[in-house]
Design a protein around this ligand. Structure first.
Ligand code: GDP
Length: 395
């Protein structure tokens, strides 16, 4: 059996356990290292080799993207991560980091419950960092922080140990100030990032290592050790002792909510229909036996299967042959295939239960932002709005 097929089997075995799922997006200002970080996570899941992480730019599969060197199309991948002896399913969405593609970031935010905000240790928070944070808070998506390019502090800025920690502390303070400024209520309710609790990780995606305060005991690598290894240029040992994917995935599992928890908080924010209805209760409870409620966040074209609608399933179980209604369209569409994404590849799976990111073919009338339901009269989700500049509705 192929490696990917094996991974796909492990993924499907976790799809119907919503408490073991994390739907996440990686968001960043351009060039802060989102793609390199995504590669590390893919390598950790066995999807690409560790040596290639940071070099292969796996998520940027479009030729256009390769040519331009920036990520344009949001791509998805599902992977399995073991934390404290239990397997978890992480559905990761890659999001564009360029200012022109704000609309795509917005769509991705609708599909996820948590965001890993990547910030360059030297540059700190930049305008796009602010935009993606604001969008996350608006969509009720929890943030954790990854401070990337820590190697630059030493190799380029030549800071000493104390200065390194001071700068990192200041960067975290700035992020928390932004969160507080955007939403004081959420800030007070624990949405701030906290290095000592573990909702911040520090590392270097290019050199495949990362640390977080709670992990310092088990790895034996703290800020002092990081400083010493960087000083002598021994990144290999750091990558072995504290691989990036472990620090980041552990942080994701610990601090970002499962769909079971998240949908309770989020459904009321993104759907304004009848709160006593069966549909609302089913979405709130992430019920795989309820009516279908699927929000389309991306449409791509597969040379063989045609249009693929990717999105978040909030309620019900998607299966081939289902007749479903697209918001604003009178006639129904029949589901042809249901699948998950593993980088550029779509892997067909028989059923997709509530709480997952699904790739569906056959929904010919769907567009980005469509609500897909089993009930023709179902209230659609709130329009996806991009909030950085003048608020526009993404059609
Ligand atoms: P994105 O635009 O956020 O996806 O950023 P990329 O992942 O494409 O990274 C932008 C540039 O920063 C590339 O040249 C990377 O090799 C480099 N880079 C990424 N992570 C690190 C890091 O930890 N340290 C250093 N020094 N460079 C990095």
């Amino acid at each position: 059996m192929g490696k990917r097929k094996k991974i796909a089997e492990r993924v499907t075995s976790l799809m119907d356990k919503p408490e073991m799922i994390r739907n996440i997006g990686i968001v960043a200002h351009i060039d802060h290292g989102k793609t390199t970080l995504s590669d590390n996570l893919l390598a950790g899941s066995g999807m690409i080799s560790m040596e290639l992480a940071g070099k292969q730019l796996f998520m940027d599969f479009d030729e256009l993207e390769q040519a331009r060197g920036i990520t344009i199309d949001a791509a998805n991948v599902s992977m399995v991560h073991e934390y404290q002896g239990k397997e978890y399913l992480i559905n990761m969405i890659d999001t564009p980091g360029h200012v022109d593609f704000g609309g795509d970031v917005t769509r991705a935010m609708r599909a996820v419950d948590g965001a890993v905000v990547v910030v360059d240790a030297v540059e700190g928070a930049m305008p796009q960092t602010e935009t993606v944070l604001r969008q996350a808070l608006k969509e009720n998506v929890h943030p954790v922080l990854f401070v990337n390019k820590v190697d630059r502090l030493l190799n380029e800025l030549k800071v000493d140990k104390q200065e390194m920690q001071l700068r990192l502390g200041k960067l975290i303070d700035n992020i928390n100030k932004l969160i507080r400024g955007m939403n004081e209520e959420k800030y007070k309710a624990g949405w701030r990032v906290d290095a000592s609790a573990g909702s911040v990780a520090f590392g270097s995606a290019l050199y495949n290592w990362a640390i977080s305060v709670p992990q310092m005991k088990s790895t034996g690598i703290g800020f002092g050790e990081v400083y010493d290894y960087c000083q002598v240029g021994d990144m290999k040992t750091l990558a072995q002792k504290c691989p990036l994917y472990l620090a980041v995935n552990d942080m994701v599992i610990r601090f970002l909510p499962s769909p079971l928890k998240a949908q309770k908080e989020r459904v009321g924010v993104i759907w304004h229909g009848d709160k006593t209805s069966k549909l609302y209760k089913s979405m709130e409870g992430c019920d795989p036996h309820g009516p279908i409620a699927f929000m389309v966040t991306d449409i791509s074209v597969d040379p063989h299967a045609g249009e693929v609608a990717t999105g978040r399933l909030f309620s019900g179980t998607l299966e081939r042959g289902m007749e479903l209604f697209i918001s604003g369209v009178a006639k129904s569409n029949r589901v042809q295939q249901t699948g998950i994404f593993m980088g550029a590849d779509r892997v067909e799976v028989e059923k997709i239960p509530a709480g997952n990111i699904a790739a569906v073919t056959g929904l010919r009338d769907a567009y980005v932002g469509s609500t897909v339901s089993s009930n023709k009269e179902a209230t659609p989700f709130e329009d996806i709005k991009h909030v950085s500049e003048p608020v526009v509705t993404v059609a």
